[in-house]
Design a protein. Structure first.
Length: 189
């Protein structure tokens, strides 16, 4: 491949993960969908508009069915938020002081979020990311229309386009682990 040809990160990521590459159209970016057990994990880019300004975001979305209305949000302590928090709640401490200093944790169920974050491998994967913003929300693709009643998405977003396969694979592993943990906790179907 010549230096002038740009690698399509979603096409390459789909090849390396046995995912499905979908070419974008109109305002939708190219994407990669990876099937993991009964879930479809969708990776893409999204242009977030605010008036006449826009910013590119990398996003990961997994449609889920909640069994117990357990919602949470985990993000870097210093991360400047561009959207309003989708639910109220106090910051929760897990009891792991290094983790608690690095991340803000919100949830409507303190016991369940502590149970989820008790998993060291999961905490290590979260720590390994430069930017982290994971949440369970009821808006399609984080910023789009509200989903029908009872439908939710496990979501991630970061400023800019992530174009590093190693980082994307790490995020995929993180999502696999979160989905497994939520399923084991009877929080998702």
């Amino acid at each position: 491949m010549s230096q002038t040809q740009k690698i399509n990160i979603w096409q390459e990521f789909a090849k390396e993960t046995n995912g499905i590459f979908t070419e974008g159209y109109s305002w939708n970016s190219d994407s990669t969908t990876i099937e993991y057990k009964q879930w479809k994990i969708i990776f893409d880019n999204y242009t977030l508009w605010s008036g006449k300004y826009s910013t590119e975001m990398t996003r990961i979305v997994v449609p889920i069915v909640l069994s117990d209305n357990f919602k949470f949000e985990i993000y870097n302590e210093g991360f400047i938020r561009k959207i309003e928090k989708f639910f109220g709640g106090q910051d929760i401490e897990t009891g792991n002081s290094d983790f608690d200093k690095a991340f803000t944790i919100k949830s409507n169920n303190e016991f369940k979020i502590k149970t989820l974050l008790r998993n060291k491998k999961l905490r290590d994967l979260i720590r390994s990311q430069k930017i982290i913003n994971i949440q369970v929300c009821n808006n399609k693709g984080i910023w789009e229309e509200e989903l029908p009643k009872g439908e939710f998405e496990l979501s991630y977003f970061a400023d800019g386009e992530i174009d590093d396969i190693k980082t994307l694979k790490s995020l995929l592993l993180l999502f696999n682990l979160i989905l497994d943990q939520l399923f084991q906790m009877n929080s998702i179907q």
